[in-house]
Design a protein around this ligand. Structure first.
Ligand code: ACO
Length: 333
């Protein structure tokens, strides 16, 4: 008998998200660096983003999104069997944010881990890991995508700073449920492109020290915007087509795509490549900017909350991030 045929499928039990209250508009950025609302809107579609208050941190953002998600799922923190936190902006260098979240939420002494460094692809990659864990042994997994990038980035670099916002999104996956099933996931990495999007200081190659501080390199995000654009469009559209192929469905069967919210032009180009209309591509980048690994779970939560997804809808989630990593997931509501 083929045991793989007996595997348990992952179901979505709850959706949630949290963004800080403080709004930073394009006009606010134009007061700080040489930019304009017109430039940012034309190039990215972003109009505003949220920035965390001084008393907030990655952990508080993650905990707020987790509590909304647990409540949506009708679960207590003690019902959770595992936690995965996808973030590139952790609470501390070590230990990981997931350990702190386990304590903060009051979970049992369950296994927890961070998926870090994969940039904005982290959350969808985490879905891929979690579904395999559930297939092997039934468990309820809290998966959080969270970034507090405003505190880590170079505020003087107009080429990158205006793109980002802070936020968190989460889901609970479990072996049984009636809301939505995670049908399949496709993930990939091309490390050859590590240098097109990187924050290269702070690791063992370039430790954070007085030299990196003096050079201003400690928070410099190096991004080849055009290369990132091309790879993002290619990888998200190819992965979306591949996951559809795996489940034996066609683009015509798709009700909505919830893509990583980095940039409106990237989202529109992915829609065009797939042959979907603009209104089938979920967009909230104008309101929140690029919140890294939080964009997909937050947008998913928002789409569910607004009643934009009906029972029976096939929804694709897709993301790309530094690495270069990418993932696409097929979700049946
Ligand atoms: N305001 C005004 N001018 C700016 C700004 C700004 N905020 N930033 C850059 N410029 C200038 C540049 O200095 C350049 O000036 P120059 O021609 O005098 O040299 C000019 O605008 C054009 O710069 P380009 O980088 O060529 O602009 P481009 O049209 O490629 O747009 C952008 C830049 C928006 C970053 C685009 O390349 C893009 O969308 N790339 C994808 C990157 C992305 O989405 N990254 C997401 C983060 S990572 C992730 O989500 C995984």
């Amino acid at each position: 008998m083929n045991v793989f045929r007996l595997r348990l499928m992952a179901h979505f039990l709850g959706f949630g998200g949290y963004v800080p209250e403080q709004i930073m508009t394009n006009a606010d950025w134009a007061q700080l660096v040489d930019t304009s609302d017109e430039w940012i809107t034309q190039r990215t579609g972003i109009k505003q983003r949220r920035f965390a208050a001084p008393d907030e941190s990655t952990l508080t953002l993650a905990a707020n999104a987790s509590r909304v998600t647990l409540s949506d799922a009708g679960l207590d923190a003690r019902d959770i069997d595992e936690i995965i936190v996808a973030t590139d902006t952790p609470e501390l260098y070590t230990p990981d944010t997931s350990a702190l979240l386990q304590e903060e939420l009051g979970c049992r002494n369950i296994p927890t881990y961070d998926l870090g460094g994969s940039g904005c692809a982290g959350f969808v990659q985490a879905l891929d890991v979690a579904r395999a864990r559930i297939a092997f042994e039934p468990r309820k997994i809290l998966i959080v995508g969270v970034e507090l990038i405003s505190r880590m980035m170079d505020w003087k670099d107009r080429a990158t700073a205006v793109l980002f916002g802070d936020g968190a999104g989460a889901v609970v996956l479990g072996p049984e449920g009636s809301r939505a099933r995670l049908l399949d996931v496709v993930s990939g990495t091309e490390g050859r492109y590590a240098d097109i999007l990187t924050l290269a200081s702070g690791g063992t190659r370039n430790p954070f020290n007085e030299l990196t501080l003096a050079s201003g390199d400690y928070n410099r995000i190096v991004m080849d915007g055009r290369r990132v654009f091309i790879e993002a469009v290619r990888r998200m559209s190819e992965a979306s087509a591949q996951v559809l192929d795996k489940i034996g469905k066609k683009v015509a069967d798709v009700a909505m795509v919830i893509p990583h919210q980095a940039n409106l032009r990237i989202i529109e180009a992915v829609g065009k490549k797939l042959g979907l209309s603009d209104d089938q591509m979920y967009v909230n980048v104008h309101e929140y900017g690029n919140t890294g690994s939080a964009t997909v779970p937050f947008a998913l939560h928002e789409a569910v909350q607004k009643g934009l997804i009906a029972k029976g809808d096939l929804v694709l989630l897709t993301a790309f991030g530094a690495g270069f990593h990418w993932s696409a997931a097929a979700v049946q509501f």
